[in-house]
Design a protein around this ligand. Structure first.
Ligand code: NCD
Length: 379
């Protein structure tokens, strides 16, 4: 006998068969779109795991804890040659399409590296204009066509809600595939928020015993920065966290986010005074001005010079605080800050790769194999 049939994974299409029971398949686009994000969440998840990963609201606290636990295990497993071989076999029968219709190198490479860790083959669409879209094909038809070659789509798109639309559309077909939102317009960036939570948890665990009760300040373009919007929503799962939104008035956080935080009883401070907030916080989350969304260069009229972390600010920042940034950086943090042990933005990047690999393993229901490997060989 060439191979032992019993050792093969059970039924290859188990996941798809399970998803075919999803009530999402029966919903019209209008009905799905009109739903509250909280109501959408259970339609996107399957058995406590994400199937599509589209919005921060679909991740509850047990899922966040699970992702963190798995990321830590996976990092340790990947340190050995045997462990890396195990990981590279975990999803080696899968192919992923990285569909990035918006400039990206960081997030693109992060997903690409995450797929490599798991043995997933990838192909990319970076410029939708080189495809048949110029022949008049709709973007939806293009994605549906491309999806036939793949088992998963990672999608970044300038239009908020586009990834959701594609996930809904594919969900209704005979061959649904999971869709991961890698940044949608000015709206959400859920995988960045997952890696931010992991970074916050790990760093604050050592410094102050955890994320609960921490004071976290978001600084910069909060109106158009999607990473802040997603992270702010996830932080609702941590008791007693106070969120500060520090920005010039015209770039302040959207009322929709403030309403959601208020409804969850989160303590919030909205201010333009960066210097006053600095000594109070346990985590500082700096962001750049998102002027690619300008209609006519309006960002240039806004004085953002106050929202800059200088080296001398480090003296007023708590000794056990941390500094984060989703990157790319422009003029938000002086380069001299990089050497300070509180600077965690390079760590965030590395964490992102592991968290994304974990998310993909969870989507395909292979996460328990990681536990098993860890328990058998590592502990
Ligand atoms: C962010 C994004 O694309 O929203 N970048 C990223 O994914 N790390 C932040 C930004 O572009 O400012």
């Amino acid at each position: 006998m060439l191979f032992d049939v019993a050792s093969l994974p059970a039924i290859p299409y188990r996941l798809r068969m399970a998803f075919k029971e999803s009530p999402l398949r029966a919903l019209s686009w209008e009905a799905f779109r009109a739903m509250d994000a909280e109501a959408k969440a259970p339609l996107l998840n399957l058995n406590g795991r994400p199937y599509h990963a589209l919005i921060a609201q679909q991740f509850d606290r047990p899922m966040l804890d699970r992702i963190g636990d798995l990321a830590t295990k996976m990092r340790k497993i990947a340190k050995t040659r045997g462990g890396m071989k195990f990981l590279q076999d975990l999803l080696s029968e899968k192919r992923a399409m990285l569909y990035f219709a918006q400039p990206s190198t960081r997030t693109f490479l992060s997903f690409s590296a995450a797929c490599q860790i798991l043995g997933i083959q990838t192909a990319e669409v970076r410029d939708a204009h080189t495809s048949s879209e110029i022949k008049g094909e709709s973007q939806e038809d293009s994605v549906r066509t491309f999806s036939s070659y793949f088992d998963m789509i990672v999608m970044r798109h300038p239009q908020g809600g586009f990834a959701e639309r594609i996930a809904w559309m594919l969900s209704g077909t005979d061959r649904p595939v999971p869709v991961i939102n890698a940044g949608s317009g000015k709206d959400q960036h859920p995988t960045q928020a997952l890696l931010d939570i992991y970074t916050l948890q790990r760093s604050l665990e050592k410094r102050r015993g955890g994320l609960e009760g921490a004071k976290i300040a978001f600084v910069g373009d909060l109106l158009r920065g999607r990473t802040v919007r997603s992270l702010s929503l996830l932080l609702r799962h941590y008791a007693g966290v106070k969120q500060y939104f520090v920005a010039p008035e015209s770039l302040q956080i959207g009322a929709d986010i403030l309403d959601k935080l208020a409804a969850s009883g989160v303590e919030v401070e909205v201010t333009a005074d960066f210097d006053a907030v600095l000594p109070e916080v346990d985590a500082l989350y700096m962001t750049r001005i998102q002027d690619e969304w300008d209609q006519a260069g309006e960002s240039r009229a806004i004085d953002t010079s106050r929202y800059y972390l200088r080296a001398d600010h480090l003296q007023v920042l708590k000794p056990d605080a941390i500094i984060m940034h989703p990157l790319p950086r422009r003029h938000e943090i002086a380069p001299e800050v990089d050497a300070d042990p509180r600077a965690k933005y390079w760590r965030q990047v590395r964490n992102g790769m592991w968290v994304r690999a974990v998310l993909i393993a969870m989507i395909f229901d292979r996460d328990r194999e990681i536990d098993r490997y860890y328990e058998d060989l590592m502990s």
